[in-house]
Design a protein around this ligand. Structure first.
Ligand SMILES: O=C(O)[C@H](O)COP(=O)(O)O
Ligand SMILES: [Mn+2]
Ligand SMILES: [Mn+2]
Length: 558
């Protein structure tokens, strides 16, 4: 059923549940369930609304899985993330995700047989192969071991000159871990050099300050990267990348390192991108690579002055946007996330409203709809983006736009123009990633207040609410040993966890429109995010397609 031409879009009516109820679908970003201690910001924060929903357990509140295999990641040790989480929530099925597809393509060698690799390898004879991406083993956007295999594979297949443009992490992995990742990469590159390949790190910078912006929140971030990677220009120049990261870390953490270039003894950048070169962006995840992909690929581009646009052959690790065909060339085919619940519901006449602020806007639209941008039917859908603050770390503004999102959703609900009102409330996640515990507590309080605004509106119109989350983050802010005790570094400082977690997330249902007797079934104990789509379809009065993961709810006779 790959092509939409053969799909029967008509959904079966639910035997009991009515149509026409307004359903609010609230995704709290980075909101897991964990033991209530002082490092659990959701526990520490006053969250009366979420607390009261929990009182409804087990019939109206439960936990669902949001990491590992439940969301299509390679192993059970992989924490969840927004991409795979919203994909699963929206698509109602579990798809092998980018991380896994790249693993398979590398293991089988198929990656080197595809069109994308052939396309870039045409440059190997005369040009340089540039690899740009996130350098960590976080497994959210990229993985170091995949980069290592690609370096080896490309050099075995003729790449003679390789330049790596690194983006340091500290967000999906511990802050400070970048030094180790750069050392590992430098060792690998030294081995390649021993084998006759001219392989070096050429530039770098922290992912949140250089290159990896998303949803066009701040093009300056991408420009800083462009200047370093393509033009070979940056405010900081070093002859060695390990030294660069160590030095720049004196004033910034890994996520926010300023851009730097590696120069030779004559102060000349060792790896600008020039005509005839090949470029691969080795992140598999889309959202934070789309902007760079546009800058590399689009002829007409007006987001910043590129100064010089080299004639290159560019491929993404994956194709990042299937609708935009961006980029045109890629090494591994992305998961084909088709027949999403959003598309089904719209095609069955469900009028849909979706809203978040910029930094999460694509999560409830693009990711929700299977990595597809745009509307299915503009007559029935409205997507509203509230501009995010630009150029700040969100611990200084932990309330973010939560209340504005709540109010927009409230207005959409009260307008009665929509059957589904879907939001992402970013605070737990975006502030959790800063590692600032006090700010994250404020963030969780704001998220809870936004939920209340939306639930109150649902009460007024006799609707239904579904409150859930895409993965954990704010519920645990420290790294722990196996028995759950917080870990300290060698200087006795608490090891702050800026990343997501592997914890389950809550899901709650309720509202005056919820038909009598609706409750969570107890025969789906391993339910995960992918079970939510069928549940929501039921609440709209439909039965989900057969191949969707089972619904979490049942209707019992009173
Ligand atoms: O991109 C990010 O901000 C983090 O790597 C993952 O966070 P998200 O999956 O919640 O977006
Ligand atoms: Mn998220
Ligand atoms: Mn996150």
């Amino acid at each position: 059923m790959g092509s939409s031409g053969q799909v029967s879009w008509k959904l079966e009516d639910h035997p009991i549940l009515p149509k026409g109820k307004t359903v609010a679908l609230i995704v709290l970003d980075g909101w897991g369930e964990y033991k209530p201690d002082e490092y659990n910001c959701i526990h520490v924060a006053p969250t009366p609304t979420m607390d009261s929903l929990k009182q409804g357990a087990p019939e109206k509140w439960r936990l669902i899985k949001a990491h590992g295999n439940a969301v299509g990641l390679p192993t059970e040790d992989d924490m969840g993330n927004s991409e795979v989480g919203h994909n699963a929530l929206g698509a109602g099925r579990i798809f092998a995700q980018g991380a896994k597809l790249v693993d398979l393509a590398l293991a089988s060698g198929k990656i080197y047989e595809g069109e994308g690799f052939k396309y870039i390898s045409e440059c190997f004879e005369k040009g340089t192969l540039h690899l740009i991406g996130l350098l960590s083993d976080g497994g959210v956007h990229s993985r170091l071991d995949q980069l290592q295999l690609l370096l080896k594979g490309a050099s075995e297949r003729g790449a003679k000159r390789i330049r790596v443009h690194i983006l340091t992490d500290g967000r999906d992995v511990l802050d400070g871990s970048s030094v180790g990742f750069v050392e590992t990469l430098e060792n690998d590159l030294a081995k390649l050099r021993d084998g006759g390949v001219d392989a070096r790190i050429a530039s770098g910078g922290g992912r949140m300050y250089v290159t990896m912006d998303r949803y066009e929140n701040d093009w300056d971030v991408v420009k800083r990267g462009w200047d370093a990677q393509v033009l070979g220009e940056a405010p900081h120049k070093f002859t060695n990348a390990v030294e660069a990261v160590k030095k720049l870390r004196e004033n910034a953490n890994d996520q926010y390192l300023p851009p730097f270039v590696i120069v030779d003894e004559n102060e000349k950048a060792v790896g600008p991108i020039v005509d005839g070169d090949a470029v691969v962006t080795f992140n598999f995840r889309a959202d934070r690579m789309v902007m760079l992909a546009k800058a590399l690929e689009y002829q007409d581009f007006d987001k910043f002055d590129r100064v010089r646009v080299p004639k290159i052959r560019y491929a993404g690790m994956l194709q990042y946007d299937g609708e935009l065909k961006l980029p045109n060339h890629y090494l591994v085919s992305p998961p084909e996330i088709d027949r999403t619940s959003g598309e089904y519901l719209v095609r069955n006449g469900v009028r849909t409203f979706a809203c978040s602020e910029t930094v999460k806007f694509g999560h409830v639209t693009f990711f929700w709809n299977g990595n597809r941008s745009g509307y299915f039917n503009p007559e029935l859908e409205e997507y509203v983006e509230i501009p995010s603050d630009v150029g700040i770390t969100f611990n200084v503004q932990p309330k973010m736009k939560a209340l504005e999102i709540g109010e927009k959703a409230r207005d959409a609900i009260l307008s009665r123009k929509f059957d589904q009102v879907r939001v992402n409330i970013p605070n737990g996640d975006m502030v959790g990633h800063t590692g600032d515990i006090q700010a994250t507590v404020v963030a969780c309080k704001a998220a809870d207040e936004a939920v209340k605004i939306i639930i109150d509106a649902i009460e007024q119109v006799g609707g239904i609410y579904v409150v859930t989350a895409d993965h954990g983050n704010a519920e645990d802010m420290v790294k722990r040993n196996k028995s759950g005790q917080p870990l300290f570094d060698k200087n006795g400082n608490l090891q702050i966890l800026t990343s997501h977690t592997c914890q389950p997330v809550p899901i709650a249902i309720g509202g005056p429109g919820l038909a009598p007797g609706v409750r969570f079934r107890n025969d789906v104990p391993n339910g995960g995010l992918a079970n939510v789509a069928a549940t929501v379809m039921n609440l709209h009065g439909y039965v989900a397609p057969n191949d969707y993961e089972p619904t979490l709810i049942e209707v019992v006779k009173n």
